[in-house]
Design a protein around this ligand. Structure first.
Ligand code: ZN
Length: 500
């Protein structure tokens, strides 16, 4: 092996280990830590973030990348080595523009802000969180400034989560999907309401947990290389290729929330567990982007988990687990219940038909604040007005409105569009899988997921972050990110359910 390439890999391995340590601290903060530990934890995370950033933007890394140019040019451009040099170059060029002092301040602020957001949400009081949110938007604006000139202030923020994608691309995709979704929701709105009261009966939390584990095991989560815990906001984090953590939240009277969270996070985790071991401990040992990641979680949560086929397999298990509770609910009614379209206040509880509208609202708010057209103090009011306009419902308090999501507290301004992109990519991928596995529907009904899992591992998981999202989507589906498949999917599914 090229000597300098070996040195680069060693350096990236150390940086990766520092990131993993941050992940452990972050996981512990959300799963175990007493609130009083917040300040100490913020300092610890901030220190590790600064150290790893310093290690990465060190001039020696730039020198190695320069010297490795000829080496990489002589390789197959899709080889692990060539991709590692390419992606490291991209990330180096991006990180070198950001001062380490900024990285430390950003990490400390967001770590503290997380705790203040939890307090504000519990008290349903935006005023507690407002100064932190103002600070976070200021920091994100400052961050964008390191990348000037740009076409749009949102571009550098989006690029962090969705490499290569521009604000204009996202706007174009959203413009296509919005009218189709609004029209569909309008038509569904004229239909009689679906009964889903059986999803809100009181069910033993422990048994709910067990059923989630059973589903997760069936679809392919590897428990020898991962585990599940509880947290307020379900998430997945990776400490190592062989240690992927998921969390869920179980509510006694909301079966769908915990169950589909587990399916969702399992989808994220299976992606991470499926990355080729040859990429371990490098910058390529993660998903291609958050949008691609989300396409994998949504695929298992929705295209599999909320499909009729899946419940042909799993409904008898649910009935066994909760004897008597679903006696009067037919499989068809259950399927309609878990796919009930409802204009709801909460993004994470919303159905597939309305979900993207929640994202569009957040994207518009982020862009308006960054452009200076809207002040953070006015956000609750703007939020409520737009909810009324888009979904016909307005929150009665901040906890159900502006404070519902954890993302801004974590500094993740620029992140939300990746959710909607994930939905669209998942449907594009599904059309390809369905072509390649013609009896997929039957396989799912039998509870056999290994072929589907294998297809995803072969075409997506194993590549890790070797390719930019648009490149990967094109490689897998033959076209760039295109909402047409998602619109087809929604129309087919909901027009059938609602007899439209
Ligand atoms: Zn997700």
């Amino acid at each position: 092996m090229n000597k300098e390439f070996g040195e680069l890999k060693e350096r990236l391995g150390e940086i990766h280990d520092l990131h993993s340590a941050v992940a452990v601290l972050g996981w512990d903060q959300q799963v175990n830590m007493p609130a009083a530990g917040a300040e100490g934890r913020a300092n610890q995370i901030s220190l590790l973030c600064r150290l790893s950033h310093e290690k990465f933007v060190d001039g020696r890394v730039g020198e190695m990348l320069e010297n490795l140019k000829a080496f990489a040019d002589g390789l197959d451009p899709e080889s692990d080595e060539a991709c590692l040099v390419k992606v490291t170059r991209r990330e180096y060029d991006r990180n070198v523009k950001v001062p380490s002092s900024f990285v430390a301040e950003f990490a400390r602020t967001t770590s503290n802000a997380h705790v203040e957001w939890e307090k504000a949400k519990a008290a349903s009081d935006f005023l507690i969180f407002r100064p932190w949110l103002e600070k976070i938007f200021d920091l994100r604006r400052e961050y964008a400034g390191f990348f000037a000139p740009y076409d749009h202030i949102y571009d550098p923020l989006l690029d962090e989560f969705e490499p290569g994608l521009k604000t204009a691309d996202v706007k174009e995709i959203f413009e296509k999907v919005r009218p189709a979704q609004v029209e569909l929701i309008k038509e569904i709105g004229r239909c009689p309401e679906t009964d889903d009261s059986f999803l809100h009966q009181e069910l033993d939390p422990q048994k709910q947990w067990e059923l989630g584990v059973e589903a997760s095991t069936a679809i392919g989560f590897d428990w020898s290389r991962g585990r599940q815990d509880r947290s307020v906001h379900p998430f997945t984090t990776t400490f190592d290729l062989n240690d992927v953590r998921i969390t869920t939240r179980i509510m006694p009277n909301n079966f769908a929330s915990g169950f589909f969270s587990t399916m969702h996070e399992s989808g994220h985790a299976m992606y991470e567990q499926g990355i080729s071991p040859s990429l371990r401990n490098t910058l390529l040992c993660s998903g291609a982007s958050l949008g691609i990641h989300e396409s994998q979680s949504r695929l298992w949560e929705n295209l599999v988990g909320r499909s009729f086929d899946f419940w042909v397999f799993f409904y008898p298990r649910l009935r066994d687990k909760f004897p008597g509770c679903f006696d009067n609910v037919s499989l068809k009614d259950f399927y309609r219940g878990i796919n009930r379209v409802k204009r709801s206040l909460i993004r994470t509880e919303s159905d597939e038909a309305t979900y993207n509208l929640h994202i569009m609202l957040r994207l518009e708010i982020e862009i308006a604040v960054l452009e200076g057209k809207v002040a953070v103090r006015d956000l609750p009011e703007i939020w409520n007005a737009r909810m009324e306009e888009y979904l016909g419902v307005a929150p009665d308090n901040d906890a159900h409105g502006i404070l519902q999501d954890v993302h801004w507290a974590g500094g993740a301004v620029g992140y939300f569009p990746t959710y909607a992109l994930g939905n669209m990519i998942s449907a594009q991928i599904w059309e390809c899988v369905s072509r390649d596995i013609p009896d997929l529907s039957e396989k799912i009904r039998q509870g056999s997921f290994s072929e589907l899992h294998g297809w995803l591992a072969e075409n997506i998981y194993r590549h890790g972050a070797k390719f930019e999202p648009q490149t990967l989507v094109k490689k897998v589906t033959g076209s760039k990110i295109d909402p047409a498949a998602y619109i087809r999917y929604l129309n087919r599914k909901y027009r059938e359910i609602y007899s439209l």
